[in-house]
Design a protein around this ligand. Structure first.
Ligand code: ZN
Length: 211
C-alpha cells in the first residue's frame, strides 16, 4: 500500500515508491493512456485514469444489479428422460453440500457469493463518501480488506467453467443455459473492466473529515 502514509490535508504525494523493489521516483502527472513503470523491475507505478469516482460508483451499482439477477435467476436447465430440472447458484451449492462435497460447496459459496458481495458493498461504501472527497468510517479497514480479498473473487472463472460444463454436458443431456449465467457473464465483463482501475488511488483522492 504505497500511499498509506499520506497525511490528511496534504496534496497528492510527490513521490512514487515501487511496491516491489522500493525504488523511489519523483512523481509527475500522466497523460491520457500513459503508464508509469519502474525502471528497475518494470512493475506498474501508476496508470492514467479516465474513470473518476462517480464512474467507479456507477460500475459498482451496475455490478450489484447484475449480481442480484445472477443469484435469483436459474443458471441452467437440465433435461433428462423428459424431466426438466433448473437450478440457481444456491441450488448447486446446496446440492454439492448434500452430495458430500462440503469443502467445494464452501469454497464456491465464498468465492462466488460472500467475497464478491462483500467487495461490492465495501467499494460502494468507500466510493459513496469519496464522491465528496471524504473518507468513509472504516476507510482504512475497507481498503486493506479490498486489497486482500481482491484475488479471491472468481466469478470470471465460474462463468468459463459453467460454459465448458454446458458444452460438455450437452453430449449427455439436454442443457439449456438460463438467464442467470448471462447475468454472470455481464458481471464478469464489469469485473474485468474494474480490474484495470486501481482503487488504491482513493487514498490520494480523499482526506480525513476533520468533523
Ligand atoms: Zn520496482
Amino acid at each position: 500500500m504505497p500511499a498509506q502514509g499520506v497525511q490528511p490535508g496534504i496534496a497528492p504525494p510527490t513521490l512514487w515508491i515501487c511496491e516491489h523493489c522500493d525504488t523511489v521516483y519523483h512523481r509527475r502527472e500522466l497523460a491520457c493512456g500513459e503508464v508509469a513503470r519502474c525502471a528497475r523491475c518494470d512493475a506498474i507505478l501508476e496508470r492514467h485514469h479516465s474513470v473518476g469516482v462517480r464512474g467507479m460508483l456507477a460500475l459498482v451499482i451496475t455490478a450489484m444489479i447484475a449480481f442480484v439477477q445472477a443469484n435469483i435467476w436459474p443458471i441452467v436447465t437440465l433435461g433428462l428422460n423428459g424431466q426438466q430440472i433448473s437450478t440457481t447458484l444456491w441450488g448447486c451449492i446446496e446440492m454439492m453440500w448434500h452430495q458430500g462435497a462440503q469443502v467445494v460447496a464452501v469454497i464456491a459459496a465464498c468465492t462466488l457469493f460472500f467475497f464478491p458481495i462483500g467487495k461490492m458493498l465495501m467499494l460502494g461504501w468507500v466510493l459513496l463518501y469519496a464522491r465528496t472527497g471524504r473518507r468513509a468510517p472504516g476507510f482504512r479497514l475497507a481498503m486493506v480488506t479490498l486489497y486482500r480479498v481482491g484475488p479471491w473473487t472468481m466469478s470470471e472463472v465460474f462463468v468459463l467453467g459453467t460454459l465448458v460444463a454446458i458444452v460438455k454436458a450437452h453430449m449427455y443431456f439436454e442443457v439449456i443455459p438460463n438467464p442467470g449465467v448471462f447475468a454472470y457473464g455481464v458481471l464478469m465483463l464489469i469485473i474485468t473492466a474494474f480490474s484495470s482501475i486501481d482503487v488504491r488511488r482513493l487514498w490520494d483522492l480523499t482526506r480525513d473529515d476533520p468533523a
